[in-house]
Design a protein around this ligand. Structure first.
Ligand code: SF4
Length: 514
């Protein structure tokens, strides 16, 4: 067996079948015969960029002119206790990474109940059949969103599709297209939608401002609404709408060091200030709900007043907006529109739990979706780390989805390498939280890694790691050229002082003691 390549463990596709549903997993077969199932999606990379339309026909729909709409949303069905194929699919997806394949850690009934309580969401636009169903909710595995999207001075179509491919390869559960200020935003979004087997989110205010030629005075409700309808018809699965940022909160934001740092939030604030009006998304919220209901688009209620530095966290602007968002979440629930709640931002570690608990209180346990939070402001270039520290902590307290932050945060538009680094960092933050909250099956991979370490099965360790190629390269770089992949040491302590090797003596000596 060669020790110069990684081809010493097998990764196969495996599908769990239930009726007509086929849910894909990655199955790692380790050198000792152990098998580990990992969540994945059907399409990527084999079918990239044209993904199969997995969920076609799963939801009852009708044609309204040139638009395809749903009769009922996932929330409508859940409130009536009706289990949809999407609910069954996510129950299998969440359950089968646990040890016992025959036992469902999460049943379809459980998923249905959780959605009916407003505590979980399956983003499922009828016009995005390529998206494989996934669930966002505190009791399920913590999800990670990757932001991609071009800006006026960076990137193009092919680079954005490359970022999408990287996002999928490294485990993004959803992707947001935040393109702004470029020609052909709808065409780029369509290319991303057709290539994406995970739900896609957007911030419609960006395109609405583009449609207003960048002139905030021309940004009318009609323009905003038309943008939302066009994106819903195209297949966007969730919209970030900053409807909770009310005029009354602006004076509080003005007291901060950094004021408003959310791009969508600043568009709404500038619009209110220049036109002398209230937030148009708040004033027309019922119309937004109708549009979202038509296509089963979930609302990600945006925190336009999220703090942009540690000093600004947890102030009247942030918590005032959160309270309003809670009221909007209740209106979403009543209207049968699935919603989740966006959160900070920058928060010192001693305030992270307070953020989670207040969100639960104001928003009645609707899923929380946070950007980090970054726990310090002093590490530009390393903000994937400052934010993953806060992200893992808040997710352990109950946040359902983390928006990744890349090393380029605060500095530049992320490139494909930044996307990869951000995702790997956030997958580990999410997994750390899954362990902390005792998610069924979360520890299986850790235990397999520990056994592989104890046995010096190096290639099994690489197979189990979040980035096998990287782990292999680091290990190989300082090992003797002729060493075996079963070397009972590494270059850290060297052959004579390897404590793990000495453990064999310890175990042998006491094997009959207990
Ligand atoms: S040499 Fe040290 S770091 Fe390497 S496997 Fe042994 S105990 Fe671990």
């Amino acid at each position: 067996m060669s020790n110069n390549t990684l081809n010493t463990f097998s990764v196969n596709s495996k599908r769990i079948t239930k009726g007509a549903l086929k849910v894909p997993f990655k199955e790692l077969t380790l050198s000792n015969g152990e098998k580990i199932l990992l969540q994945t999606v059907e399409g990527c990379p084999e079918n990239f960029p044209n993904q199969p339309k997995i969920t076609s026909g799963w939801t009852e729909s009708y044609q309204d002119g040139d638009a395809r709409k749903v009769k009922k949303t996932q929330l409508d069905y859940a409130k009536k206790g009706v289990i949809t194929p999407q609910m069954e699919y996510v129950a299998i997806r969440e359950s089968f990474c646990t040890s016992d394949e025959g036992k469902m850690a999460f049943t379809p009934e459980d998923v249905c109940n959780t959605i009916a309580q407003g505590r979980a969401v399956i983003p499922a636009n009828i016009n995005h059949p390529e998206a494989e169903s996934m669930i966002i909710g505190a009791k399920y595995s913590v999800k990670v969103n990757a932001n991609i999207g071009a800006s006026a001075i960076g990137s193009d179509y092919s680079k954005e599709l490359e970022k999408l491919r990287f996002s999928l390869q490294f485990g993004a559960d959803t992707v947001m297209d935040l393109s702004v200020g470029i020609e052909g935003i709808p065409e780029l979004r369509n290319a991303i939608l057709r290539a994406s087997p995970v739900p896609l989110g957007t911030v419609p205010a960006y395109e609405a401002l583009d449609r207003a030629e960048g002139n905030i005075k021309k940004l009318t409700w009609d323009l905003f609404r038309d943008t939302v309808i066009a994106q819903a018809r195209q297949g966007v699965d969730y919209f970030t709408i900053h409807a909770g940022l009310l005029h009354d909160y602006l004076p509080y934001a003005a007291q901060r060091i950094l004021g408003i740092v959310s791009r969508g939030g600043s568009i709404m604030a500038e619009c209110m200030m220049s036109q002398g009006t209230e937030n148009m998304a708040y004033e027309h919220f019922d119309e937004l709900l109708e549009i979202c209901h038509d296509y089963d688009v979930a609302l990600s209620l945006g925190d336009g007043l999220r703090p942009g530095c540690i000093n600004d966290a947890c102030d009247k602007a942030q918590y005032g907006e959160l309270k309003t968002i809670g009221e909007l979440a209740a209106r979403c629930y009543k209207a049968g529109v699935q919603c989740f709640i966006e959160g900070p931002g920058h928060v010192a570690m001693d305030k992270i739990e307070e953020n989670q608990r207040l969100q639960e209180k104001y928003c009645n346990y609707a899923p929380f979706y946070t950007l980090g939070p970054l726990v310090t402001d002093i590490a530009p270039g390393y903000d994937h780390i400052t934010s993953a520290i806060g992200g893992s902590q808040i997710a352990a307290f109950g946040t359902a989805m983390l928006c990744y932050v890349t090393p380029a945060e605060h500095l530049a538009l992320p490139n494909a390498e930044d996307v990869k680094t951000g995702l790997i960092t956030y997958k580990l933050a999410a997994h750390a939280a899954d362990l902390a909250k005792g998610l069924p099956g979360a520890k299986i991979r850790d235990d397999a890694m520990a056994r592989a370490r104890a046995d010096f099965r190096w290639f099994d360790q690489f197979a189990l790691s979040l980035n096998p190629e990287h782990a292999y390269k680091v290990w190989k770089s300082q090992m003797p050229d002729n060493c075996s992949h079963e070397a009972s040491f590494c270059s850290m302590c060297g052959p004579r002082f390897c404590p793990i090797r000495l453990n064999r003596v310890l175990k042998n000596k006491f094997k009959d003691t207990l």
